[in-house]
Write a protein that binds this ligand. Structure first.
Ligand code: ATP
Ligand code: MG
Length: 879
């Protein structure tokens, strides 16, 4: 049974049993700072289980994208080694929110596995928590499982908790016996060991959320116990397809096959070849993780989620590099993932171009340094040795060659070395500190959220409609640096988000004033305004204040924000749907927009895009904002942000007929307020990512005024009307070139004439030695002079004292013909002896050389020295 079918049978089975089928949420957990990535189906229901929000329905079923590469669940090191662990995998789950409990959870699981999928009941086992008699009883009563195949295990495997406090409960797992000859007689330890050895496969975990754990570990029963289950799609596929490992299912083999082609090597599914196949399995796994992370909006970087993506990707590169591949290939595997899974996960298909281009760019980036990094690593940790890789070295590998620490650790471990992780952290912290200091100096440092005030009361953001308001202060506090941080009940200040920078302004109370120069979020997500007290002092007791946003800056920022939406729409219109936002800055004085696209824009594309945006401005279209259900917004064609959740209400900004985007920022009321839009620069930031910088409104206007001024000045200087300037300048340049050519010719002629005259003094025929002085105009090219001299000389040698009377400069130039070079006479030597005789130095190649003249009075002595030298080397040359 193909994986696609298992997936749909699962959701259909539970839908038939009254479950609401909900889509997978993003791999980036929405509004959950405690979690880096979604690692189980229950993540999107966390707040429901904690009683903070209403359940979407009494029972639900999902197929959830999961990633286990960080935190409590980190399976990265197992990937490719065990039969059953991936970084990215799909978790099938059914959920009951205070509806059914253990009885039905067990009944459904059994019925689905044996009835719907037809798994052999003789090979199924269950585990329960050793205290959970109820679950033990249910397994033995509701299913034909004998007691010997229901094992009671401890907390480690069969107790689940969300955190130190909160919902928790015992769980029950279903395992499948992969051994050739199943028997029930093994003890619990043997059973566990067989699981680790991939002789058993854990397929499903049923969590019975039964208690609320209070401080101190006291469990009180939940009024409405719940169910959360998770089964790995890949593991079930492995069993149903009879292949013993997830990697040999239809979910992975096509990717492995593509890797075989790229690597020009074969992968064998034979168990004896398991070790050798590791890189293939890792590549297939990582291609899936990379594809899904990119599709959910994670971008490779050195921070947080972006860094996890980078680590996974670079591990993959290192694997194929070790197999001799020097070109990107992961992008091809990502393409296979999109081909195979884009039907189920449309976010892959719609971002295909972005996925491939970004993967490739990141591969290229690492391939550029991996070679050097690897040889560096060989020096630090030679094969056959052992010891510790110093922290500073690990940091250098990271910083200079792009080796993530975990990759260095992996490589070190393979050779039996340790890595001084603490030393690495110290070096990294040192670097962070330095860049933070540099950042703070630019005045854009952000206040740390740590000691910002927090308030119980409700805070409301009123900045969409107001730039000035009276409001109570909910809390305030002096920061370490003496500035004040205030938490306003009705807050008109926008806090940096979605690329739009924070507002500035002031807060005025009775006899005091705070200049707002920063806006930040505290740990509770409330907005806090920060700045120095510039008048009076802030009284302890909260009071009513006047909060005023610096309206001119806000308006300039809004122009840039709406213009960014128009630009995004124009780019997609003109270049195609592969254009995806990859970064954005919206400031009062400029906007910057990064997007996926290969290669620079042509001048024509750029002009058209600029014109499109200005057309939309001239149309003076209304900019509408509305709050809509996420799903509805997507269906209306809104360009989605990442991490939004099904069922959530989102803000949508619409410029009718042109742009529809999910956005929390502030915007102009009508496009006409933008005034004018000018692209200032279009550059590349990484392979496959372009950047447009642009200005609007007053800044764009001032820029054109300034350019006009420069043009007029040029016109005056060149005595031409502005529209004639290009032709005028072209003509001037041509003239200049002609003059230069003529001047050079004249100089050459002047020199040539004198050379001819000198040559006459050296005798007409046979080999000759010429020495003498010529006077040439400034700018005469000594190289050309030498060429001419050598051509006219025939067989012989010459040393000239070249005088530039205009510049008061003197030099020796020497040439020697090939036949004399063979006899051991070299121009370099002739110049050297001449220059030395005048107290200077010089030299060059055998056929041409030039040198200085220290004391011009002694130039003739120099020539004499050369003459002697030549006479000695080639008897008979000098007469
Ligand atoms: P294991 O002990 O095999 O690592 P687990 O106890 O960590 O599994 P759970 O956290 O209970 O697994 O997750 C529920 C289900 O998700 C598992 O029964 C399994 O089918 C699947 N699963 C868990 N981790 C992975 C993984 N890294 N790759 C693929 N499937 C997984
Ligand atoms: Mg695990």
């Amino acid at each position: 049974m193909r994986a696609d079918e298992i997936r749909s049978r699962f959701t259909e089975y539970f839908e038939r049993n009254g479950h609401l089928h909900l889509p997978s949420s993003s791999l980036v957990p929405e509004a959950d700072p405690t979690l880096m990535f979604t690692n189980a189906g229950m993540v999107q229901f966390k707040r429901v289980f904690q009683g903070e929000t209403e359940p979407p329905a009494p029972r639900a079923v999902t197929v959830q994208k999961c990633l286990r590469v960080s935190g409590k669940h980190n399976d990265l090191e197992d990937v490719g080694r065990t039969a059953r662990h991936h970084t990215f995998f799909e978790m099938l789950g059914n959920f009951s929110f205070g509806d059914y409990f253990k009885h039905d959870a067990i009944r459904y699981a059994w019925e689905f596995l044996t009835g719907e999928l037809g798994l052999d009941p003789e090979r199924l086992w269950a585990t329960v928590h050793h205290t959970d008699d109820e679950a033990y009883g249910l397994w033995t009563e509701l299913t034909p499982l004998p007691g010997t195949r229901v094992r009671r295990l401890g907390d480690k495997d069969n107790f689940w908790q969300m955190g130190d406090t909160g919902p928790c409960g015992p769980c029950s797992e279903v395992h499948y016996d992969l051994r050739e000859e199943p028997d029930d007689s093994i003890n619990d330890e043997q059973f566990m060991a067989a699981g680790e050895a991939d002789r058993f496969m854990e397929i499903w975990n049923l969590v019975f959320m039964q208690f609320d754990r209070g401080p101190g570990g006291v469990d009180t029963p939940l009024p409405a116990p719940s169910i959360d289950t998770g089964a790995g799609l890949e593991r079930i596929a492995a069993i149903l397809q009879g292949v013993g490992t997830n990697f040999h299912t239809d979910l992975f083999l096509p990717i492995i096959e593509a890797a075989e082609v790229s690597l020009g090597r074969e992968y064998s599914t034979e168990p004896v070849e398991w070790e050798a196949g590791l890189p293939f399995r890792v590549l297939a796994d990582h291609a899936r993780a990379v594809a899904f992370l990119l599709a959910d909006g994670v971008f490779p970087s050195n921070e947080k989620r972006g860094y996890v993506l980078r680590r996974i990707l670079r591990r993959a590169v290192r694997h194929y590099w070790l197999l001799g591949r020097r070109e990107p290939m992961l992008d091809g595997l990502v393409g296979v993932v999109v081909d195979r899974m884009g039907g189920t996960y449309p976010e892959l298909e719609t971002r295909r171009e972005h996925l491939l281009a970004t993967t490739r760019a990141e591969e290229e980036r690492f391939l550029a340094t991996i070679e050097e990094g690897m040889s560096r690593f060989d020096e630090i940790a030679p094969e056959g040795g052992k010891g510790t890789v110093e922290g500073g070295e690990a940091f250098k590998l990271y910083d200079t060659f792009g080796f993530p620490l975990d990759l260095t650790e992996l490589m070190a471990a393979e050779r039996g070395y340790d890595v001084d992780v603490e030393g690495f952290e110290r070096a990294l912290a040192g670097q962070r500190e330095r860049s933070r200091a540099a950042f703070a100096e630019t005045g854009r440092g952000r206040a740390g959220a740590a000691n910002l005030p927090v308030a119980d009361g409700e805070q409301e953001f009123v900045g969409y409609d107001l730039v000035e308001t009276r409001t109570p202060v909910l809390a305030h506090r002096a920061l370490d640096d003496g500035r004040r941080a205030l938490l306003l009940a009705r807050n008109p200040f926008y806090a940096e988000s979605g690329g739009q920078v924070s507002d500035r302004g002031h807060v005025r109370g009775e006899g005091w004033l705070v200049d707002v120069e920063a806006v930040a979020k505290n740990d509770a997500g409330q907005t806090v305004v920060i700045g120095p007290v510039t008048e009076g002092r802030v009284p302890e007791r909260a009071e009513e204040v006047e909060a005023v946003v610096e309206v001119s800056l806000r308006r300039e920022t809004e122009r840039n924000h709406t213009a960014t939406h128009l630009l995004h729409a124009a780019l997609r219109e003109r270049l195609g749907d592969h254009v995806q936002q990859a970064g954005s800055l919206v400031a009062p004085d400029r906007l910057r927009f990064d997007f996926s696209h290969r290669g620079p824009l042509t001048a024509e594309e750029r002009d058209r895009i600029e014109a499109d945006v200005n057309d939309a401005i001239l149309g003076n279209l209304e900019v509408r904002s509305a709050r809509r259900a996420y799903q509805e917004a997507l269906e209306a064609g809104a360009m989605a942000l990442f991490g939004e959740k099904y069922g959530e209400v989102v803000r949508v900004i619409e410029v009718p007929g042109i742009s529809l985007e999910l956005c929390g920022g502030t915007h102009v009321r009508t496009t006409g307020q933008i005034g004018l839009f000018k692209i200032v620069a279009e550059t590349g930031v990484a392979a496959g990512v372009r950047r447009i910088e642009a200005v609007t409104g007053r800044v764009a206007y001032e820029r054109t005024v300034e350019r006009d001024r420069v043009l007029e000045e040029l016109g005056r200087a060149l005595r031409a009307p502005v529209h004639d300037l290009p032709a005028r300048i072209e003509r001037l340049l041509e003239e200049r070139e002609r003059f230069a050519r003529e001047a050079s010719d004249r100089r050459g002629e002047a020199a040539a004439e004198q050379v001819e005259r000198l040559l006459e003094t050296g005798g007409q025929n046979g080999r000759r030695f010429v020495a003498g002085r010529i006077r040439v105009p400034a700018g005469t090219d000594l190289g050309e002079l030498g060429d001419f001299l050598r051509a006219r000389l025939g067989s012989g040698a010459a040393v000239l004292h070249v005088e530039f009377p205009d510049e008061g400069r003197h030099a020796f130039v020497s040439v020697v013909s090939d036949d004399l070079i063979h006899e051991g006479l070299k121009a370099g030597d002739l110049v050297r002896v001449s220059s030395r005789a005048t107290g200077s130095g010089g030299g060059g190649r055998p056929h041409f050389a030039q040198g200085g003249i220290g004391d011009p009075e002694r130039a003739d002595e120099g020539l004499g020295a050369a003459r002697e030298w030549a006479a000695e080397r080639v008897p008979g040359l000098v007469s």
